[in-house]
Design a protein around this ligand. Structure first.
Ligand SMILES: NC(=O)c1ccc[n+]([C@@H]2O[C@H](COP(=O)([O-])OP(=O)(O)OC[C@H]3O[C@@H](n4cnc5c(N)ncnc54)[C@H](O)[C@@H]3O)[C@@H](O)[C@H]2O)c1
Length: 267
């Protein structure tokens, strides 16, 4: 038995990175998929990849920061598939800016996609999930929502907001049989991370340093996140709601004294 057999799942930001790989993992586990992304060409290509695996997927270009856009896309997916059980709120954007230089436009952009987008998609999906007999919502927050990052203050605040939202939504919908959890990824090899590490023009150096401060000694893969998301979305996690799960190679477990003391972690 596949782990998502008979389930209909919606994934936002499915055009690349973590969202794309989550779509492929969910398809292999038997889910029928509604894929949403602002980049319509990319998300259509991912739907074709799903079909090549023998899966079923629709692809819709949609901006999650626009309530009317995301609501229409989610209503369409429910009509097409006849049910909705799982929502993965993965669409997100990042910006690296010193705190006092973060402009009003920067703040609107980050809050609009990360926080408002997560709220709008959830508001649209929950009535459909309840009508389908219950299910699960998984948000992609970040470990930047668990600890402070001086170079991404507003991004971190939007992700901390998602963690708070996870708990409130979990409590509000526990009796509706809708579980709500979030993942807090660490540094994951996606176009988002690669462009952030390349922004100072020293990609190789930044890549190496990023790996060094991760206790497990490597940058994560999108699969690392997709499998944690699969677990939380599946019935195997049936008694888990309201959690923020770090998936970060130990990055937020404590301070790994690698760089400033020149010490290696114990083998
Ligand atoms: N990669 C990391 O290191 C990392 C770490 C922590 C958290 N995350 C979070 O994981 C999620 C996925 O990140 P990723 O690394 O795969 O990013 P990515 O930039 O590689 O992919 C994000 C996808 O979201 C889509 N998107 C952006 N804005 C959108 C909008 N307004 N409406 C619809 N789609 C939109 C993009 O088109 C893109 O396809 C994000 O929420 C991100 O904040 C990533």
């Amino acid at each position: 038995m596949k782990r998502l057999e008979g389930k209909v799942a919606l994934i936002t930001g499915a055009g690349q990175g973590i969202g794309r790989v989550t779509a492929l993992v969910f398809a292999r586990e038997g889910a029928r998929l509604g894929l949403l992304d602002k980049n319509e060409a990319n998300v259509k290509a991912v739907a074709e990849e799903v079909k090549a695996l023998g899966g079923e997927a629709s692809a819709v270009g949609c901006d999650v920061s626009r309530k009317s856009d995301v609501t229409a896309a989610i209503n369409d997916a429910r009509s097409r598939f006849g049910a909705l059980h799982i929502l993965v709120n993965n669409a997100g954007v990042t910006l690296t800016r010193p705190f006092i230089e973060s402009s009003e436009a920067d703040i609107d952009f980050l809050v609009g996609v990360n926080l408002k987008g997560t709220i709008f998609a959830s508001q649209a999906a929950i009535p459909h999930i309840i009508a389908s007999g219950g299910g699960a919502i998984v948000h992609d927050a970040s470990n930047a929502g668990l600890v402070g990052r001086p170079w991404q203050p507003v991004y971190g605040a939007t992700k901390a907001g998602i963690i708070s939202l996870t708990k409130a939504m979990a409590l509000a919908h526990a009796r509706d049989n809708v579980r709500v959890n979030c993942i807090c990824p660490g540094s994951i090899d996606t176009p988002m991370l690669r462009s952030a590490l390349a922004s100072s023009g020293q990609f190789e150096e930044n890549w190496k340093k990023t790996g060094m401060v991760i206790p497990m000694g490597r940058i994560g893969t999108p699969e690392d996140i997709a499998y944690a998301t699969l677990f939380l979305a599946s019935d195997e996690a049936r008694y888990i709601t309201g959690i923020a799960l770090p998936v970060d190679g130990g990055r937020t477990a404590g301070v790994a004294e690698v760089s400033h003391l020149g010490m290696a972690l114990p083998k």
